[in-house]
Design a protein around this ligand. Structure first.
Ligand SMILES: O=C(O)CCCC[C@@H]1SC[C@@H]2NC(=O)N[C@@H]21
Length: 230
């Protein structure tokens, strides 16, 4: 019979639920779920768990991308991709969120039809949506960077704060780089490109609100999911 030894179950730190995180006092170093019980080795965050989370979010972004896109009559359609991208940063934190988006882009680049409209390969990186694709890992990185620095109680409770982290990331990376791409590779003037990008702002607000709702719920359920701050 196999026995479950918490000290040798590193995935517990990433998947511990609310009760696990709140069973003893937190140290300044991080959540209680990662403290070692007396006489046991400290728990380490599992690489296998991280890889599984990164792959799961890459798959989620792919699903968001291949759901039917809405054409707004321009060069680039409305898609759900940025919901998955920003959610990856908000849930996994900067590093793993960035890697999840990179994995998604790599899978598409090598030929799986996971880009908007079921396209694949390197062509999307040379077309009008290239700026948006390049911006995606950076937006996940920034959203994760911000969320990791919020008080953990806020990350689990404040939809507006997580929404703001996602929206700031969109404003800093998605919209400017997307518009630059439409101008550079889509033959629009800069002014036309920034005007074309305005079509994505209402959807962006809705997607970031959804990120706020979903990410806070996930962090309530798995309080040790974000990396510890040192
Ligand atoms: O897969 C692709 O080819 C990239 C499509 C990019 C669509 C961008 S993402 C940001 C903006 N918001 C949308 O709904 N669509 C564009």
């Amino acid at each position: 019979m196999t026995q479950h030894d918490p000290a040798t179950a590193p995935e517990a730190s990433a998947t511990a639920g609310p009760s696990a995180a709140g069973t003893s006092g937190s140290s300044a170093a991080g959540p209680a779920a990662e403290e070692a019980a007396p006489g046991t080795r400290p728990r380490r965050r599992s690489t296998a768990t991280d890889i599984a989370l990164i792959a799961t979010f890459a798959a989620l972004i792919a699903v968001c991308a291949i759901l039917p896109a809405i054409s707004v009559g321009g060069l680039v359609p409305i898609t759900l991709q940025t919901f998955g991208v920003i959610l990856a940063g908000a849930v996994l934190g900067a590093r793993r969120g960035f890697l999840a988006v990179l994995l998604y882009l790599a899978v598409g680049a090598i030929g799986l039809p996971v880009f908007a409209g079921g396209s694949a390969g390197l062509a999307p990186f040379a077309g009008p949506s290239a700026g948006y694709l390049v911006a995606m890992p950076l937006a996940a990185l920034l959203c994760g960077f911000i969320v990791e620095r919020l008080p953990r109680t806020k990350v689990a409770a404040s939809v507006p704060l997580v929404f703001a982290a996602g929206f700031v990331s969109s404003i800093v990376f998605i919209h400017p780089l997307g518009a630059l791409g439409m101008s550079w590779l889509g033959g629009l003037t800069l002014q036309q490109a920034f005007i074309a990008d305005l079509a994505f702002w209402p959807g962006d607000v809705v997607k970031n609100l959804l990120v706020g709702i979903v990410a806070t719920a996930v962090h309530r359920a798995f309080p040790a999911l974000l990396p510890r701050r040192r």
